[in-house]
Write a protein that binds this ligand. Structure first.
Ligand SMILES: [Zn+2]
Ligand SMILES: [Zn+2]
Length: 450
């Protein structure tokens, strides 16, 4: 048995719209189910109270345009804060592991935040991870995203970070939002191989998903040796979920969680609000706490309807060997990338905020450094829902930047802040010194989070 921490935060006062699938009832039924089954009366289940994350915690991860207040509500601060409470409890050893059952979710939110994408404004897991690194000095952390949708926000945030292993399995992006998470998305040039995507065909069952877990996810985790394992726990692989097409069961989720044994699980999606979601959340909590879940079955479950297609198994086995080779050759690829790109790597991308109908135009540069993960520059522009167009310049210094990179980045900020009038806002995210600045160029005023 484990001592397991849990937080519930249904965010009663916040929803995209009253009938939106990501609404407050999502967690009310879960709470009822867990209380009715007597899980909360068990001596090894410990309920924690949520708290607000600080704006600084948000600025440590995101460039919110024009500022943090514009992109969040109190509900977002509590949802992120819930993950921080669980993180504190786990790392201080008050509990063995913990599950933050809070909303709104976060895994589609990327580094720059112009609006809401895939029901997410800010990324709860990323905020928690940078908080843990800052407060407790942990460095190597693994994120296993088990939501049916590709965790594109978490992937993008950690894409250039070789110390964060991001693994996502999800329904194939050719058949589901957000349309990414393909096998060739493997990380930036200096973090190549620390992003691993596992796109699965629609209708994959427990057998297929657990095959991926046992033969790819667990061996990679063992080799990476993270100090902490975080599960982005999306429950929308369930066979009743209205937004996706997988055949995963509550029992499958419990089994997945038991084998993965995450230190911290943070709720993401799951939209079968009244039926599957409470079951799956309860299954996860039971598995984390080491409670017997062998009798946990959906009332309509019939095993003969859940036979894995042999073609899926064949595809999955090919995918596993392909991604194992990629992961195991990551150092060699990084060395080749240093030769290939020299001091700088740049790319351009369009990011669409489906909930808000915002299109962002973004060019990004990674300053490559042989001594550290390097630092990032992002030039981003987007027209917001209020009609105002923002053109912003963002500088991000990672937590484990070398002194040279940090100095170079700070000088770049000073230069752009003083002499470049192309931008409405200039941001500096100095994680190494835990100091975050948003400069409003028109007003000539800096807002500092420290
Ligand atoms: Zn999802
Ligand atoms: Zn450096």
């Amino acid at each position: 048995m484990n001592n397991t921490g849990v937080i519930f935060f249904p965010a009663f006062d916040w929803a995209i719209s009253p009938t939106h699938p990501e609404r407050e009832e999502r967690l009310l039924y879960t709470r009822d189910q867990i209380f009715e089954e007597g899980i909360m009366d068990l001596p090894n289940i410990h309920e924690f109270k949520p708290r607000l994350a600080e704006k600084k915690d948000i600025a440590r991860v995101h460039f919110c345009v024009p500022n943090v207040d514009a992109q969040i509500t109190a509900a977002h601060l509590v949802s992120a804060g819930s993950a921080l409470v669980i993180a504190d409890a786990v790392i201080k050893g008050e509990v063995d592991n913990g599950f933050s059952i809070a909303r709104p979710p976060g895994h589609h939110a990327m580094t720059v935040a112009h609006g809401n994408r895939g029901f997410c404004n800010i990324n709860n897991e990323a905020i928690m991870i940078e908080y843990i690194r800052n407060k407790y000095g942990l460095r190597k952390i693994a994120v296993v995203d088990t939501d049916v949708h590709h965790g594109d926000g978490s992937q993008e945030i950690f894409y250039d970070d070789p110390d964060i292993l991001f693994i996502s399995f999800h329904q194939d992006g050719r058949t589901l939002y957000p349309g990414s998470g393909f096998v060739y998305e493997l990380g930036g040039p200096m973090a190549w191989g620390s992003t691993i995507n596992i796109p699965l065909p629609p209708n994959t069952t427990d057998a297929g998903i657990l095959r991926v877990l046992d033969n790819l996810v667990l061996p990679i985790l063992e080799e990476f040796e993270p100090e902490l394992i975080v599960n982005s726990a999306g429950q929308d692989n369930h066979y009743t979920d209205p937004l996706a097409n997988m055949r995963f069961t509550a029992h499958g989720y419990a089994e997945l969680n038991r084998r993965l044994a995450p230190d911290i699980a943070v709720l993401e999606g799951g939209y079968s609000v009244e039926t599957a979601l409470p079951y799956v959340n309860m299954a996860l909590l039971m598995a984390m706490a080491g409670i017997d879940y062998s009798n946990l079955r959906e009332p309509d479950y019939k095993s003969e309807l859940f036979k894995e297609d042999p073609r899926h198994i064949e595809y999955i086995d090919q995918l596993i060997s392909h991604q194992l080779i990629n992961f195991r050759s990551r150092q060699q690829h990084i060395e080749e990338n240093i030769k290939k790109y020299g001091r700088e790597y740049s790319e351009h991308q369009q990011i669409y905020y489906d909930t808000d109908g915002i299109s962002e135009d973004q060019s990004r540069r990674l300053r490559i450094c042989p001594a550290c993960p390097g630092w990032r520059i992002i030039d981003s522009s987007a027209r917001h829902r209020n009609g105002k167009k923002y053109h912003v310049f963002c500088i991000s210094v990672p937590a484990f930047a070398c002194p040279d990179c940090r100095r170079e980045a700070l000088n770049a900020y000073k230069d752009v802040a003083a002499y470049n009038n192309n931008f409405d806002f200039v941001y500096l995210q100095d994680r190494a010194n835990d100091r975050y600045i948003a400069l409003d160029k028109a007003k000539g005023r800096e807002e500092v989070y420290e």
